[in-house]
Every structure is written in C-alpha cells, then in structure tokens.
Design a protein around this ligand. Structure first.
Ligand SMILES: [Zn+2]
Length: 132
C-alpha cells in the first residue's frame, strides 16, 4: 500500500465520520481516488467554510440565505421524489449554494469546525441511506 493509498483511506475514514454516505456514483474522483465526501457534501463543506470566512466582510440578507438553502433542498427533493436523478455537477452546485446559505442563516459568523459540518450533514440525512 502506497503513502497515497494510506492518506486516501484516512480521508475516507474522516469523510465517513462526518456523516457522508460516500456513494461512489455520487462522488468525484481525482487520479483514481474517490473524494472523501460526495459531490453535494463537498460543495457544502467548501461554501460553509467560505461563509464563515467572509461573514464579517459581507453578510447576505437572511431571506437570500433561506432561498439559497432551499436550492439544495429542491435538488434533493426532486431526486428523492423520483422526478429526476441529480448529477454530480448539480449536486456540487446546489451544495455550494445551499451550504453557504445554511451556514449564513444558521451559524452567522461563528467559526465552526468539521463537527458542525457533521451535524449538518447528519441532520440532512446524508447517511448510509444515500438520500443526498
Ligand atoms: Zn455526502
């Protein structure tokens, strides 16, 4: 097992502990390695981190934050109801939008750790049921 393999396995372990279902068909791959988070969770983690970082510089209106959160819910709901299967680019984009809005709305300005992300993804049932 190479060093890259060991780093990847540890990353996957961390992604699993954060509550992501890590379904390969809903995840991106880089050089043969699956991302430790699914496409949607990758977007949520990136944008919620950005929301915390820029909160003191710029605060989006609360109504906009709510609408941004609904974008992710809408994409998830369309898929969940069997209307249309989402795609990884769509999951990433809706995760980016929704994660930013959720973090701005729910945790305004506080610096949260990955633990917060874990609670967030668990709350949205991003678990082994694969609903996200
Ligand atoms: Zn996930």
């Amino acid at each position: 097992m190479s060093g890259s393999d060991r780093v990847w396995l540890k990353s996957m372990e961390l992604g699993g502990r954060l509550g992501c279902h890590q379904m390969p068909e809903r995840s991106f791959f880089l050089r043969g390695y699956q991302f430790p988070l699914c496409a949607r969770c990758t977007g949520v983690l990136l944008s919620s981190s950005a929301a915390c970082a820029v909160y003191w510089l710029y605060k989006i209106p609360l109504a906009a934050a709510v609408l941004m959160s609904l974008v992710m819910l809408l994409d998830w709901g369309i898929q969940r109801l069997g209307i249309r299967e989402s795609t990884n680019p769509r999951r990433l984009i809706s995760g980016l939008i929704g994660g930013y809005g959720f973090m701005r709305r729910k945790h305004s300005g506080k610096i949260y750790s990955l633990t917060t992300f874990s609670r967030y993804s668990t709350m949205l049932s991003c678990t082994s049921s694969g609903v996200l």
